[in-house]
Design a protein around this ligand. Structure first.
Ligand code: KG4
Ligand code: ZN
Length: 374
């Protein structure tokens, strides 16, 4: 965590900065953070709910109750760590969708209540925009850039032209990349979330032992699919002879080999389509310099390595946020809020949280016009 450095930086520069509080509660992290327009992270508080582990996935009702129990304390901690008073912030941003609506409502209501009490603007941030823009804070990425957004709920290739201006080049037609990691981990009884465990096991496995399919390879478009890959893993587990894979406990070496093969193939699927997308990007935006990966799956070091190589071969600069800003956090919401605020985009207090909210429908209205409406 960056608290102490941030406090000193804040002390030196707080007079001239625009400061935004960001709140995140769309899945299983309750988070709040404060950032300024000097790209300084003044505080970053993240509470990862571990109540879901025994269920092998996030239980929406439990998540919403847990957000409600902790949100006030997390926001207070964000102010304390930043050593600033609520009145010193310029705006309050909250992830207002897409996500589990019970949790989203908790964060949005907290943000609106603060905005009302402090008489400060409220900014409804698309959670995906948080992932999409955070590397501008951490790695000075410049618009326009090519983005692979890979999280537990989404898998898209986009051109990011500016805050609120996205062109989607491709998307998954079934599972998200993180969802595929989680489902394969569940089949192998590796626990939730599955991505980090698959990566750990893959590191000791043989990635050439099993041949797995690359769905939609050569489809001619930039869409992705992971369902067939997941089914192929299921078939390998079934081949061990048990009618019910719930009862199948594989030897550790076999689990490691399956993880390595799955990770390699899933990353190749992403690599193939992103490679094609770089040509589209370079043709449309010859001035574009960066290719970025973001979202929880961007924490995967194997994927980052492959994509770094891809960018280098295409003459582009590769950027990925630090691991702690790949998975859900308040910093990305505060930063996206700040970028929107600087462009004059704010939202009314009657903004309705959106369980579904495609990023490429995110164009904001002018300042004072109420921003994006549900
Ligand atoms: O962005 P995120 O925190 O939440 C959503 O917005 O969905 O992403 C969570 C997803 C989970 O599916 C998790 O398994 C995956 O990111 N993930 C990883 C890794 N760390 C997290 N996937 C692969 N490798 C990792 N190291
Ligand atoms: Zn996320």
């Amino acid at each position: 965590m960056v608290y102490y450095g941030a406090i000193i930086v804040n002390f030196l520069s707080k007079d001239k900065s625009m400061i935004v509080l960001g709140i995140e509660s769309s899945c299983d992290e309750t988070a709040a953070a404060i950032v300024n327009d000097n790209k300084e992270i003044l505080s970053n508080i993240v509470l990862s709910q571990d109540e879901h582990k025994i269920y092998g996935g996030v239980v929406p009702e439990i998540a919403a109750r847990s957000h409600l129990d902790h949100i006030d304390d997390i926001i207070s901690q964000a102010f304390q760590r930043a050593r600033i008073k609520p009145q010193q912030i310029d705006a309050i941003a909250a992830a207002s969708g897409p996500g589990l609506i019970g949790g989203v409502v908790v964060g949005v209501m907290a943000a609106k209540a603060l905005a009302l009490a402090l008489n400060k603007p409220f900014i409804a941030v698309n959670h995906l925009e948080g992932h999409a823009l955070v590397s501008r804070l951490t790695d000075d990425v410049e618009y326009p850039y090519l983005l692979l957004l890979v999280s537990g709920g989404h898998c898209q290739i986009l051109i990011v032209k500016s805050a609120g201006d996205y062109e989607r080049l491709g998307t998954t037609i079934d599972d998200a990349a993180g969802e595929a990691f989680d489902k394969v981990a569940k089949m192998l009884k590796l626990g939730y979330p599955g991505g980090p465990m698959i990566e750990k096991m893959a590191a000791i496995g043989d990635e050439n032992r099993f041949s797995l399919p690359h769905p939609l390879r050569g489809s001619g478009d930039l869409n992705l699919s992971f369902s067939g890959l997941k089914t192929a893993v299921r078939k390998i587990i079934e081949s061990y002879g048990n009618a019910d894979i719930e009862e199948t406990i594989l030897p550790r070496k076999d689990i490691a080999d399956i993880c390595a093969c799955f990770q390699k193939t899933a990353c190749e699927c992403l690599f193939d389509k992103l490679l094609k997308a770089t040509d589209v990007f370079k043709q449309k935006y010859p001035q574009g310099k960066h290719v970025v990966v973001a979202g929880g799956v961007a924490a995967n070091m194997y994927l980052r390595g492959r994509l770094e190589e891809l960018a280098k071969n295409k003459g582009l600069i590769f950027a990925a946020p630090p691991i702690k800003f790949c998975t859900d956090n308040g910093v990305m919401i505060a930063w996206a809020g700040l970028e929107r605020f600087k462009r004059g985009y704010t939202d009314e207090l009657d903004f309705k949280p959106r369980p579904r909210w495609p990023l490429d429908s995110n164009a904001p209205k002018a300042a004072g016009a109420g921003g994006v409406k549900a």
